[in-house]
Ligand binder design. Sequence first.
Ligand code: BGC
Length: 347
Amino acid sequence: MNKILFGKTKTGAEVYKYSIENSKGMKAVIMDFGATIVDLYVPDKDGNFRDVCLGYDDVTAYEKETTYFGAIVGPYANRISDAKIEIDGIEYQLDTNDNENNLHSGYNSMAKNVWTVKEHTHNKIVFSYKNPHLAQGFPGNMTVDVAYEINEVNQLSIAYHGVSDQKTTFNMTNHTYFNLNGWDSGSVYGHELMVKASGYTPVKSPKAIPTGEVASVEGTPFDFRVAKPIGRDIDEDYEQLIFGQGYDHNFALDKEADGVEKIAEVYAPESGIVMDVETDCIGIQLYTGNFMEGQIGKKGHLHHRREGFCLETQYYPNSINEPNFVCPITEAGEAYETVTIYGFRVK
Ligand code: BGC
């Protein structure tokens, strides 16, 4: 149940790291700045523990960089076109931070602020954040709780709960960059990925706003229904990959029902580590770290592009504005709830 001082933000707020673990030795270190996963230790095929998430050694880097390593992103992950939303005929202008668009709710969103710890036991921690009305432009005084818990079968679950005093939108995610061989082991090309999705949402341009279509993955580099190495098709001469400089796209998951189910699996042959992803979300963004270059990570490690991958569970990007997509709207007082589980085993 430890808590240690990690550093201070530029405005002088203290930032603490907390750890949670199970009796098997799986352990996560999570800080209150952005409710961010800093380290995640899981056993490899030889029983040695590897830290499988990318991170930084100081708070300043987390504050400054736009990689969102390990952070909770909210209230609305991914892109919103023209940084504008309309709810009940009222238009809200959001912060712009990605050309004319809003990405991950803007520069000063909850990923970039210190959260409160509500509960902390040996294997569970609950963070809470209050997003005031019109912060980053979003309507409603929002209260968000995020619970991280590690169970005895090496699953890390992330449960989100949001509520607002006005009708608003919630679409939250966790932005961990995984490298199942360890954060300092180079590109993720050799990781074998399966995503249960027969459709994905193509984007209009490099600015990555979806066209509104759900396109079939059949015969495209986006077909991960049967596991294949992430690097196999990533540099194909395919317009969508050129727009994203690799994979930076949302998959339309083939869900069996509304509840939590397994929708993705990643296997790293070198470490033998397998990650299973379960969620109740309808979409997942695969981002292969295409825009990462030159960040100084843990222990001074210089990161290059594609040294980590993100599997960000969420509603489809820009779903608040795109009539073809399920629209994430939450009434005043209504609970927004979603769960994603990252499970680890070896083979
Ligand atoms: C986005 C990328 C972006 C990255 C870091 C991902 O979720 O899809 O386009 O570069 O986050 O901000």
